[in-house]
Design a binder for this molecule. Sequence first.
Ligand code: GCB
Length: 603
Amino acid sequence: MSYKSIFMALLALAWSTAFAQDSLISNITSREATSLNGRWQYIVDPYETGFYDYRFKERREDDPEAYWNRAEQANRTERKEHGYSGKYELEVPGDWNHQQPQFVYYEGSIWYKRSFDFIKHKEGSRYFLYFGAVNYRADVYLNGKKLGMHKGGFTPFNFEIPASLLKEKDNFLVVKVDNRRYADEVPTLNTDWWNYGGITRDVKIVELPQSFIRDFVLQLKKTSSSEAEGYVKFNGTPSPVTIEIPALKLKQQVPVSNGEVKFSFKLPKAELWSPEHPKLYDVVITSSSDKVTDKIGFRTVEARGKHVLLNGKPIFMRGICIHGEIPQDVRRAYSDEDARQLLGQARELGCNMVRLAHYPHDERMVRLADSLGILVWSEIPVYWTINFGSAEVLEKAKAQLTEMITRDHNRASVIIWSVGNETPVSPVRTNFMHNLITRAKELDGTRMVSAALEVNYNSGKDLNMVDDPLGEFVDLVAFNEYLGWYGGLPDKCRTTNWGTIYDKPFFISETGAEAKAGFHGDSLTRFSEEYQEWFFKEQLDMLSRMPENFCGITPWLLADFRSPKRNNPFYQEGWNRKGMYDDKGNKKKAFYILKAWYDSKRP
Ligand code: GCB
């Protein structure tokens, strides 16, 4: 090991211990919880006055001017320069940008405060405060004490609340949310989507026994349709467990062995989960002090030779990329209804698959995909020009990858973990991405791992080869191409062919063109619905010449979305218009072209 790598490793270790948080509790939806969703009071703090004193030193925990401390004026002579009031409230979950006009472009810190009473159900319980997601950095304080800090805008996290700190009446919970972008974060400064800030997903307190089931995996073995395997992880002392699947009359005892609870057993009569038959089974896992339930589908998925095999049979993925946004309200998606809208629109288009770009979406999306039978590509926001040379940034990306996989590793719908999008080829980047792929495979050996790669489609050659060195490490070679939008006109598709040097399944993870709904012209008129329609006709014709390993496509994308990079004053006005649906939910002409093609591809 060189001095440089020792130094980098130490730095990474220091970083991970400095910001260590409690390991993520998975399957949170099956836990009884006290919701803290609703109206929270706020203070906007662009100068971070609540966090730093006038010498810009972090405030002491008991500093009365720290915004995490109670702020009521005790008497009329007391000077108070901050406070929470019912005049200033935001809805949680929800980004702040859409809630009040003055926040539409705000990037900075906002302090959220919520007072609440709490009923403890059992003596001797443990309490965890759980956040579905906060974008980007959350500093969390309860009754004046810091519970922890978390970075990463799209994954869940939890902090243990010391039982003595949680009161029956009038708890004072404060979360400082900071959504500023930085070069050394994940994502970095530059993305093609709006950086919505706030407590964007559910907040709750879960009450758990001293030793509880923190996480478990129960899945079919990678290539066996009748053998299940997995493990149960505890927070506290592990105990033997019983796994039950009542519909299969299955009851399996699993002992603790060498401190671990791991299992593998036959599951002979299970009906397999698939898009055509999204069968889910109730699963109950009981330990000596805890019990969790879940609904789990059993299926196998693998990249073998030229194909992706689902339950042993080749599958063609009729997909669409989706951003976690509800365009008609100009906001982030967070509810059951939002998930139904997005996946419902994808189904109308004829999809059997979605790429949830470019970050993990709300857990509701993958749970609904499980019950609708929609395959999912799930991704972390390692997007474009991350600082690939930094050991610290790699740790941040790994943390988000771990949280994504831990949350969703029992979802049959999820078949691909993606470690990033359009990252520029260089040895440093390939090493970084390879590290992420290795980590994803350590965490979950049953799913495919991929990344959306780039290819130079302006090379002027008739045959464009995907030869990114990362192709060696992924299971599925996926690439983005915009031939006819960023390069030339759509008729270029007539003479262009695609291939890859890797003998692996081949997938188009993006292609698309912009159209302002309701703007019409001839097919040569940029931003007209006719241009986008022509683009898709040419693209889809081209696909008939794809090589044998071509296994699917997720065009860019379901619906128009907010992007500060899109500033054409007539057609874009701050929106990326590549949607099949516009920002009001209307279908554009291209929708029908893609839908007809998908209908022709159904098995
Ligand atoms: C891409 C990116 C996506 C962009 C899209 C576009 O390649 O992956 O995030 O929004 O192109 O519209 O240019």
